[in-house]
Ligand binder design. Structure first.
Ligand code: SF4
Length: 336
């Protein structure tokens, strides 16, 4: 247990958590929506500090990051818990675990150990991923600070619902974020995720302002967020962040409480990708259909293939000093 970093003490031993935009008001002996932050005698604690539920080495492409240190290894860390409750969550066993079971699970691994494990396994970054890093903020923050002193990068794979205070605090140590933009309607966020859209949009703008490398992911769910109109709105919003911002449109498959819908067809994914390209985005990727041409990176000037991928593996690389080998045009990204 670790005392939380961002919260307010209120009357009658109540507390207000300031880590994410839910801003939970928590009574004594109760937990917030994420179920991993608890008020004990008027003090808010993180119950998952140092309690890793997942530690893996992944290709950075799996996060997904396609324009950030392509081909590198990311040491991935997660705890249980999430501030959303997406009906289609692919990691529900760990993200929703404390809400369903009321228990806390995880292997004790302190931040220093995470960093040394990452170095030992030849990773160039630590990725806070699988569940929402915001809800294990103190653990992520301490790990990220140590990682930075050892020359490792830090990346968040996030639903983008953190508070502005939380973002401000992690920003000096955060190199990149992949933010889920799940839909462009408040209704979708409320009904299917237990969240809100506007704070996510604000945080995306703020991440760009702070100079953090941003990639955006939208899981395309048949009938729920796949209309041309909605996809166009998402694409136009990302263009407004900067046309160099990569957009990953990924295929849904039935999971958790959303098993009544079909998986996303390659045709639908191609339609979404085309909408992104037509809106002016320079890097639009299709995800979850290995071997699809949308997995590759193309030069935005000459159109030639500069990074060929199969699934999460980089199999051809035609970039030198961040420039296209064919026409010398700059390829946007970090460590590219
Ligand atoms: S992190 Fe978010 S969901 Fe969890 S207690 Fe704090 S405000 Fe509530």
């Amino acid at each position: 247990m670790k005392e939380a970093l961002l919260y307010e003490k209120l009357d009658d031993k109540k507390v207000k958590c300031l880590v994410c935009n839910h801003n939970c008001l928590i009574n004594e002996a109760k937990r917030g929506i994420c179920a991993v932050r608890e008020n004990r005698d008027g003090v808010l604690y993180s119950l998952v500090y140092g309690k890793a539920i997942a530690l893996h080495v992944d290709p950075i492409e799996k996060k997904p990051f396609f324009n950030f240190h392509p081909g590198s290894r990311a040491f991935s860390l997660a705890t249980i818990g999430c501030n959303f409750s997406c009906l289609n969550c692919q990691n529900a066993e760990i993200s929703q675990f404390p809400k369903h079971k009321g228990e806390i699970a995880g292997e004790e691994v302190l931040p220093e150990e995470i960093v040394s494990k990452a170095i030992k396994q030849d990773c160039s970054s630590i990725s806070y991923t699988y569940t929402e890093p915001t809800v294990f903020f103190e653990y992520a923050y301490d790990t990220a600070r140590i990682a930075r002193t050892k020359g490792l990068k830090n990346t968040f794979v996030t639903n983008g619902f953190m508070s502005s205070k939380c973002l401000e605090m992690i920003a000096p140590y955060l190199d990149a974020a992949n933010v889920d933009l799940k839909s462009f309607t408040e209704q979708f966020y409320k009904k299917f995720c237990g969240g809100r859209l506007n704070p996510v949009l604000d945080n995306l703008k703020q991440l760009k302002k702070l100079g953090i490398w941003v990639e955006v992911t939208t899981l395309i769910i048949p009938t729920l967020n796949d209309s041309s109109e909605e996809l166009k709105k998402i694409a136009e919003f990302i263009v407004s962040l900067g046309p160099e911002t990569p957009w990953h449109v990924t295929a849904f498959y039935p999971a958790y409480k959303m098993t009544d819908l079909p998986g996303t067809s390659p045709e639908l994914l191609h339609k979404a990708r085309k909408i992104g390209i037509d809106a002016g985005l320079l890097y639009v990727y299709s995800g979850n259909i290995p071997g699809d041409e949308g997995e590759n990176t193309y030069c935005s000037k000459c159109g030639k293939l500069v990074i060929r991928r199969f699934g999460f593996k980089v199999i051809e690389y035609n970039i030198e000093n961040s420039c296209c080998n064919f026409c010398n045009n700059k390829i946007d990204g970090v460590g590219i």
